[in-house]
Design a protein around this ligand. Structure first.
Ligand SMILES: Nc1ncnc2c1ncn2[C@@H]1O[C@H](COP(=O)(O)OP(=O)(O)OP(=O)(O)O)[C@@H](O)[C@H]1O
Ligand SMILES: Nc1nc2c(ncn2[C@@H]2O[C@H](COP(=O)(O)O)[C@@H](O)[C@H]2O)c(=O)[nH]1
Length: 207
C-alpha cells in the first residue's frame, strides 16, 4: 500500500529537490524562495545532525535527538526518512501539510533514498535533480563551505558518486540541472518551473 499523506494532497503539486551534498540545492532554493516567497514554501525536515553556525531550529531543520526522531518514525509521523552521512533526516507529514495549508508549492530538499521513498507515496511531486559539473568541482564546493569535517567530506563524496549515477537513470527525475554557472542554473530552474509558478499566481489572483 502507498504511504498516504491524504490531507496534504489539497495544495499545488510539490517539488522534490535532490542531488549530491554541495551541488548547490540550498543556494538555488534560497534564490527561488527569495524571489517568489508568495509561491513556494519549504518543508522543514527533521535531522539528528547538529546545527551549523547560522542555521536556525524550525527554519533550516528541526534539530532532534536520534531517540526522538526514531520515536516519530516508529509512530508513523514521517513520509520518508533516511540515514545520510551518519545522521537521520526525514520529512514529517506535518511539515508538508503546513506548507500546503497555505496553498504554496511545497519544496522538499531530500537525498536520493528520500526520492526513492517518496516515489512509494501519493505525494506526486515534480522531481528535480541538481548536479555539480564534476566530482572535483563538488569537492571544492564542499570544502569551500567549511561546514564539514574531513570524515564528513569523504562520506558525502562517496554518496555523491552514487547520486550522480542515479540522476542519469531514466524516468527518475523530470528535470536535471547542472549547476555550473549559478545564474545560468537559476535561469534553467525558473524556466522549468514557469508553468507551476504561473498556476499558483493565477489561483492567488482570483481568490
Ligand atoms: N554555481 C555555483 N558556483 C560556485 N559555487 C557554488 C555554486 N552553487 C553553490 N555554490 C557554493 O557551493 C557550496 C555548496 O552549496 P549548497 O550549500 O547550496 O549545496 P547543497 O546542495 O545545498 O548541499 P547540502 O545537500 O549539503 O545541503 C556553497 O558554499 C555555495 O555557496
Ligand atoms: N531523505 C532525506 N534527506 C534529507 C532531508 N533533509 C535533508 N536531506 C538531505 O540530506 C543531505 C545532507 O544535508 P545537510 O543539510 O546535512 O548538508 C542533503 O543531500 C539533503 O538533501 C530529509 O528530510 N530527508
Amino acid at each position: 500500500m502507498r504511504n498516504s499523506i491524504t490531507k496534504a494532497m489539497a495544495g499545488p503539486r510539490p517539488l522534490v529537490f535532490s542531488g549530491p551534498s554541495g551541488a548547490g540545492k540550498s543556494t538555488l532554493l534560497k534564490k527561488l524562495m527569495g524571489e517568489y516567497d508568495s509561491v513556494f514554501g519549504f518543508s522543514v525536515s527533521h535531522t539528528t545532525r547538529k546545527p551549523r553556525p547560522g542555521e536556525q531550529n524550525g527554519i533550516d531543520y528541526h534539530y532532534v535527538s536520534r531517540e526522538e526522531m526514531q520515536a516519530g518514525i516508529d509512530n508513523g509521523e514521517f513520509i520518508e526518512s533516511a540515514e545520510f552521512s551518519g545522521n537521520l533526516y526525514g520529512t514529517s507529514k506535518a511539515a508538508v501539510q503546513a506548507v500546503q495549508a497555505k496553498n504554496l508549492i511545497c519544496i522538499l530538499d531530500i537525498d536520493m533514498q528520500g526520492v526513492k521513498n517518496i516515489k512509494k507515496t501519493d505525494l506526486n511531486p515534480l522531481y528535480i535533480s541538481i548536479q555539480p559539473p564534476s566530482l572535483e568541482v563538488l569537492e571544492e564546493r564542499l570544502r569551500g563551505r567549511k561546514t564539514e569535517s574531513e570524515e564528513s567530506v569523504q562520506k558525502r563524496l562517496r554518496a555523491a558518486k552514487v547520486d550522480m549515477e542515479f540522476s542519469k537513470e531514466p524516468n527518475v527525475f523530470d528535470v536535471v540541472i547542472i549547476n555550473n554557472n549559478l545564474e545560468e542554473a537559476y535561469g534553467s530552474l525558473k524556466q522549468a518551473l514557469q508553468e507551476e509558478i504561473h498556476k499558483v499566481k493565477k489561483t492567488k489572483a482570483s481568490s
